[in-house]
Every structure is written in C-alpha cells, then in structure tokens.
Unconditional design. Structure first.
Lengths: 112, 108
C-alpha cells in the first residue's frame, strides 16, 4: 500500500531564516506530487505541483520554492521566511488525468 | 478558476442526529473529493465522487455534476465525526480547489 511521509511535524523558525520541508511517498511510482498550505481556520491552497523529476509548476507567486530531486521526493523551501509563511503545509500525491489525491500528515510551521 | 462554496460553515449536532453538508462548484469538474480533517490536521479521504452516489457505512455522498453540487450525508452522528469536512474539485487533477469547509461538532 502507499504511504506518504512528511517531516518535520512541527517547526518554529525566526523571520529571515531558511526553510526546508520534505515529503516522500512509498508504494507507488511516478506520482504527481503537490504542496498545499492551510492558513488557520481556512481551506487549503495549492502552492506547487510536479508531474515528474525536475518538473515544478507554481500556482501562486510567493516566497517559497519547490524541488523534486527524486521520483518520490518533494521538497518545499524558502531562503528567507516571512511571518506570512506561517501555516499548515500538506503534501499530497495522486496520478494525473483524474483520480484521488492522498495527503500526508502535514507540517505545522510557525514563523516568529 | 473554479469556485467552491460549502454550507453550512458550522454545524452543531447531538450524538445520533443526521446531517447534510453541501458543496456547490462553479464549473465542470472531473474530480470531486470529500475529506474529513481530524483534530490533528490529518486529511482523511471519505469519497472520490465526480458523479453518482456512494455509501460507506454511516456516510454517503451524491454528486449531481450537471447541476454542479455534491452532498455529504452523515447518519447517526458520533462524537468522533467532529472535525472539518472539505469538498475539493478539479478539472485536470492538477488544479484542485478546496472549499472553506464545514466545521462539525457532535455533542454527547
């Protein structure tokens, strides 16, 4: 069966510090991968998606970037965090052309 | 992009009651999912239902794609059903849009 991992689970970082969140998927190959952010008390917003190694599409302009160095690894980064980057970050996987998306446990980021 | 509206925003029930959550969307979709977000933030897949009706235990869902809405039914609610229920839709699976959610509280 497929499993999706995210780490760390929680993170507190000062403004201006770098960020690296990691997501890995097991049990499937060539998945589409997604990063979402959820602000407190709100729905999820799609940030990035990837249909293959090195292929990244950005949905919204922001202080963040994403990379996919391996088939089942997706990384969310920032060079300098802003207060507005605080939130709950969720990684998801699915297969293109329709079908379900499955979400990881999320990383709760607080920028202070 | 596709707009997704969920209603009601908040719902408080007594244990054992039934409820209906609604999701309206603004355009044709190929993918519609219902999720339950538990208190720890985990999104749990409830239904993948771009059209038709499905049932899973006390939960069932119906999507009428031609009229651009979906309904999630919860029968005989339990305290463990509490949390936020999200509807999410997309046309090509790479542009999934979430509604703002319905926060359900089931009281014992």
């Amino acid at each position: 069966s497929q499993t999706i991992h995210q780490w760390p689970a929680t993170l507190v970082q000062p403004v201006g510090s770098p960020l690296s969140l990691e997501c890995t998927v097991e049990g499937t190959s060539n998945p589409n991968l997604y990063w979402y952010r959820q602000a407190a008390g709100r729905g999820l917003q799609l940030l990035f998606y990837s249909v293959g190694i090195g292929q990244i599409s950005s949905e919204v302009p922001q202080n963040l970037s994403a990379s996919r160095p391996q088939d089942r690894q997706f990384i969310l980064s920032s060079k300098k965090l802003l207060l507005s980057d605080s939130g709950f970050y969720l990684c998801a996987w699915g297969h293109g052309g329709g079908g379900e998306q499955y979400f990881g446990p999320g990383t709760r980021l607080t920028v202070t | 992009g596709i707009q997704v509206e969920q209603s009601p925003p908040d719902l408080i029930l007594q244990e054992g009651a039934n409820s209906t959550l609604r999701c309206n969307f603004s355009d044709s979709v190929n993918n519609l999912q219902w999720f339950h977000q538990n208190p720890w933030g985990q999104l749990i897949n409830l239904f993948y239902i771009p059209s038709g009706t499905k049932q899973n235990g006390r939960l069932s869902a119906t999507t009428v794609a031609t009229e651009r809405y979906s309904l999630l039914y919860i029968s005989s609610s339990q305290t463990t059903d509490s949390g936020v229920y999200f509807c999410a839709v997309s046309y090509n699976n790479n542009d999934m849009r979430f509604g703002a959610g319905t926060r359900l509280t089931v009281k014992p």
